[in-house]
Design a protein around this ligand. Structure first.
Ligand code: SF4
Length: 182
């Protein structure tokens, strides 16, 4: 109802979804549902769950996503939105989990374009001026051809230490093709 009301009032609506254990298998179905019912929506964003910001309870821990699982439905969602001419971004998602859609990574875009960002939070963080987009990477990433443009794994040491990485062995031409999409 709130989306309907916002659209009726002329508000530009964008959908921001937090990827978590409970939606990781149907991210594509969610966007298809939204586009079907609200075709005016043109831009979608996915933020991978930020464990730092959640309560430290068993219920909260159960929301941590499985990266291999969400990667499948996320790429399907991206393919669908791309086919409909819509735009999208994914944040806190390592490039090996959005293969083919590297250009949609918020961190990679910021790294390549040397961008900064100021975010105003309603909690203790208040205003944060972000200038660093590499969240940190495990040792295996050093052999990855996307190392210099990948944001790595957010909160890897504290929470996401179970996440596997898949280093890419790519040619100069393949990397150039990825860069040309920004
Ligand atoms: S292997 Fe590491 S550097 Fe390469 S895409 Fe995955 S997280 Fe990024």
């Amino acid at each position: 109802m709130s989306i309907t009301n916002a659209l009726r009032s002329g508000v530009r609506v964008q959908i921001n979804t937090v990827i978590n254990h409970y939606n990781q298998e149907h991210l594509d179905k969610t966007v298809k549902f939204l586009v079907k019912h609200f075709p005016q929506i043109q831009h979608f964003v996915w933020n991978n769950l930020d464990p730092e910001m959640m309560r430290k309870t068993d219920t909260a821990w159960s929301t941590l996503p499985d990266f291999d699982t969400f990667s499948q439905s996320l790429k399907k969602a991206m393919a669908y939105l791309e086919s409909t001419g819509r735009t999208f971004r994914a944040e806190k998602v390592p490039l090996c989990y959005i293969r083919g859609y590297e250009w949609a990574s918020t961190e990679t875009r910021k790294i390549i374009k040397d961008e900064e960002r100021i975010v105003h939070f309603l909690d203790f963080r208040e205003t944060v001026h972000e200038t660093q987009w590499d969240h940190g990477k495990p040792e295996e990433c050093k052999k990855c051809g996307l190392y210099s443009i990948c944001g790595g794994i957010y909160e890897r040491e504290k929470y996401y230490n179970y996440v596997k990485v898949y280093p890419r062995n790519i040619s100069k031409e393949e990397k150039q093709e990825i860069l040309s999409k920004f």
